[in-house]
Design a protein around this ligand. Structure first.
Ligand code: BT5
Length: 252
């Protein structure tokens, strides 16, 4: 265990999943600001039961347990704070400017350089002070581009060199500590949303959204305050998308 930018960091050589670990810790009452990082995950998780893959030492794999004072409807902003912090840290260390892709990826052009998984911890003690327990994990590709079929990218592939996972962790936590305090206040949350809107390449792009029972194509117009995406289809009808997988057909 060590302290870093106000976070308590637990570092593992190998773990099943840093998100799974922190959800268990949250159930046991672990405090706001507990961070877990690992050189390798044996069961790294994506969204909707998918897997996240990274060879040992090839990526920053990190999760944070945060207990912001907010309603559960706003929990998506915790993932937004993590995405923005990672984006800023990558730029500071490598000069590379990734953008946000709805709902929760960091991309360089169409290729994914980082994936984010946000989860509300079940049975969290929370409560009395109005806080909720949220675990957000991120995998940032330093020298791996992920499985070939994912067509991802990495800091190394984009810039010819990459910081170490530890260097990126320090910078990421410094950025996250600034944004952590913004989560507790309505003005701070509005500022995070504004930053996300300005960096989201999805907005203005032609997109295809795969939902459980349908596929929608159109232009992504807006991000709502609730992190839903407004898509205008070719017939001029507006759709509000809350979950789904999205492909950028033509970047803005
Ligand atoms: C995500 O899911 O993008 C969320 C990934 C979150 C990973 C972090 S690592 C630390 C923490 N602990 C965990 O267990 N998870 C979090 P999703 O949008 O469902 O994307 C998953 C898909 O991305 C997979 O099905 C692959 O196609 C692709 N993929 C897997 N590994 C990749 C990689 N390293 N780079 C790019 N794409 C990858």
């Amino acid at each position: 265990m060590s302290m870093n930018s106000g976070f308590e960091v637990r570092s593992f050589k190998e773990i099943d999943s840093t998100n799974t670990y922190l959800i268990e810790e949250a159930k046991q009452g672990a405090r706001d600001g507990l961070v877990a990082t690992a050189a390798f995950q044996t069961a790294g998780r994506g969204r909707q039961g998918r897997t996240w893959e990274a060879p040992e030492g090839s990526a920053l794999l990190v999760s944070a347990l945060l207990r912001p004072v907010m309603s559960p409807d706003e929990a998506h902003l915790v993932a937004t704070a993590v995405a923005l912090s990672a984006r800023a840290a990558i730029e500071q260390l490598s000069g590379l400017r990734a953008s946000l892709k709805w709902p929760n990826d960091l991309v360089v052009e169409a290729a994914k350089i980082a994936g984010i998984l946000g989860e509300i911890a079940p049975d969290a003690p929370g409560g009395s002070d109005g806080s909720i327990a949220v675990v957000v994990g991120i995998g940032i590709n330093l020298s791996t581009e992920g499985p070939p079929e994912a067509k991802g990218t990495s800091v190394l592939a984009q810039t010819g060199s990459a910081p170490s996972p530890d260097e990126l962790l320090d910078q990421f936590l410094a950025e996250l500590s600034t944004r952590r305090s913004m989560l507790d206040e309505p003005e701070g949350r509005a500022a995070l949303l504004a930053e996300a809107r300005s960096l989201m390449s999805t907005l203005g792009s032609q997109v295809r959204v795969t939902r459980q029972d349908s596929i929608l194509e159109g232009k992504a117009l807006e991000l709502t305050d609730g992190a839903r995406l407004i898509v205008l289809d070719d017939a001029g009808e507006r759709h509000v998308i809350s979950v789904g997988d999205l492909i950028h057909l033509r970047p803005r």
